[in-house]
Write a protein that binds this ligand. Structure first.
Ligand code: NDP
Length: 496
């Protein structure tokens, strides 16, 4: 198929009213009861799409399609090489449709097009390539014994449920779907209700390339509807979820009667530590990227900045100047670095935190309000915001805001920095900036988080474990960690 140009893809994305249907058993279908909901463009606030609103019956149809593809279809029985070829073909198709996917993503949830095209779409394709190749190369353990030989097999489990959030819709859906499929499972994906676009496109691409029913997509809401029905379904053996911590708790409870295996990637309030000896230019750039990319709607966002007192004032002055230089604009414009938040409702929630900060005595160093540009007045925009002088117990310091809001505080020494950094119910990630190698290792080891970035941010090797400590999740994915989750390990022992 001929590749669409970016300009054409952007134009199409701006003009069309779109219908998003479920993809079940390889076909695009409406909900059994015909229910739909509307989805809005966060730049204009206007409805641009109609989405099938899945319920229990639609989830049951999708799970039945996935079950039959697993029990009777070729997928789990293909050789690792055959699965590798097919999943790489899927990745090729994602790349061919890259412009259309990127434009659809940006329109759907507000992400700047430079990010969706430059990062999310390539990473989605790479998620498939990585796990396609990994499962073909991965070795299994063998345990030589005296008089016996024992070895492990890693077998597909069955039907995997995947529930994904709206902040990196395609990238995070593929982060779940790719390993689930690569290790021989079939999948039912329930994307977030705010971001149905690229999940639908992924489902259709998969329907072209993969056997029928191997990947199914059911749209709809979480609580009491499609999401919950998927978690409850007895034929879904694994469930990989990314979203809020409270949703993860609800999912664990719903999943308990069916003893589903769960992988939960949850919220965060990640500390970003800047020591006085750091390369401050790099630290300013990394801090800006760490909190304002994707409008701060990033689980890993470095949303609590802690700066050593000797450089505190200088660092904040540079940070504020850099935040004020970020171009805010429509997501489909190439120059935009900060787009609208995912919805007007979410912006209100984030603005609620700015109001709490004011009540708690916080000093807004920049932002805290909507942009003045009349061209952005209808959209869910909020200026990049930096707030100082908040008490440690303020809800703005403790809770995940999930928007372009950074809270900052000084620290006096390494011990205090570690203590404050760990003083949170979350434990997803941390960043630290220093030129002192010993300190970097020491502090990195002392932080209660799943990922530490030293003098960098967002760098991922897909072989490495990824997941959260404390309230940020349960389990790890990536490389062999994904194989552990997505396969049933079986030991076979033979007498020799
Ligand atoms: P939510 O928890 O609100 O929703 C995530 C998904 O779960 C959506 O598909 C949602 O459906 C569904 N859902 C909601 N309630 C239930 C339920 N009771 N049963 C089954 N499914 C349900 O998260 P957001 O979409 O708002 O995403 C933002 C959150 O995701 C933040 O907390 C962020 O930190 C976290 N996140 C974590 C990451 C990590 O790797 N640790 C990465 C990215 C984000 P619907 O929306 O349709 O109701």
């Amino acid at each position: 198929m001929e590749q669409t140009t970016t300009a054409a893809a952007v134009r199409d994305a701006q003009e069309a009213h779109v219908t998003f249907e479920h993809v079940i058993g390889g076909a695009s279908v409406a909900s059994a009861d015909g229910a739909v909901f509307e989805t809005a463009d966060p730049h204009t606030g206007a409805v641009y799409g109609t989405v099938a609103r899945g319920g229990e019956e639609d989830v049951a149809r999708a799970v039945a399609a996935a079950r039959s593809a697993f029990d009777d279809g070729p997928w789990p029985r293909l050789s690792t090489r055959e699965r590798r070829l097919l999943l790489n073909r899927l990745a090729d198709r994602i790349e061919q449709e890259g412009d259309a996917l990127a434009a659809a993503e940006s329109r759907d949830m507000g992400k700047p097009i430079s990010e969706s095209r430059g990062h999310d779409v390539p990473r989605a394709a790479y998620n498939f390539r990585f796990f396609a190749d990994f499962q073909d190369h991965a070795a299994s353990e063998s345990f030589p014994m005296s008089g016996f030989h024992s070895y492990a097999r890693h077998e597909p489990v069955g039907v995997a449920g995947a529930i994904s959030p709206w902040n990196f819709p395609l990238m995070l859906a593929s982060w779940k779907v790719a390993p689930a499929l690569a290790f021989g499972n079939t999948v039912v994906l329930k994307p977030a209700e705010q971001s149905p676009a690229t999940a639908t496109m992924l489902g259709r691409i998969a329907a072209e390339v993969l056997p029928e029913g191997v990947l199914n997509v059911v749209h709809g809401f979480g609580p009491g509807e499609a999401g919950e029905a998927l978690v409850r379904h007895p034929d879904v053996q694994l469930l990989t979820f990314t979203g809020e911590t409270t949703t993860g708790q609800a999912i664990m409870q719903t999943a308990a009667p069916t003893l589903k295996r769960l992988s939960l990637e949850l919220g965060g309030k990640s500390p970003n530590l800047v020591f006085a000896d750091a390369d401050l230019d790099a630290a300013v750039a990394g801090t800006i990227r760490g909190i304002f990319s994707n409008q701060g709607e990033v689980c890993l966002a470095g949303s609590r900045l802690l700066v050593e007192r000797a450089v505190y004032d200088e660092f904040l002055a540079r940070l504020v100047a850099a935040a004020e230089r970020l171009p805010i604009g429509p997501p489909l414009e190439e120059t935009t670095k900060v787009g609208p938040l995912v919805s007007h409702e979410h912006r209100e929630r984030v603005e609620g935190y700015v109001a709490i900060a004011a009540e708690d005595g916080g000093r807004v160093l920049t932002g805290g309000s909507r942009p003045d540009d009349p061209a952005l007045a209808a959209g869910a925009y909020l200026r990049p915001t930096v707030i100082a002088d908040l008490p440690r117990g303020s809800r703005c310091v403790r809770e995940e805001i999930f928007g372009p809001v950074l809270v900052v505080a000084p620290f006096d020494d390494e011990a205090e920095a570690i203590r404050v950094a760990n003083d949170t119910p979350y434990g997803l990630a941390a960043m630290l900036w220093t030129q002192d190698l010993r300190r970097a290792h020491r502090v990195g080891a002392a932080l209660d988080v799943g990922t530490v970035w030293v003098n960098c941010f967002f760098v991922r090797d897909l072989r490495a474990p990824f997941g959260g400590a404390k309230g940020s999740g349960m389990g790890r994915e990536g490389g062999y960690y994904s194989r552990e989750f997505f396969t049933e390990a079986k030991t076979i022992t033979m007498a020799l």
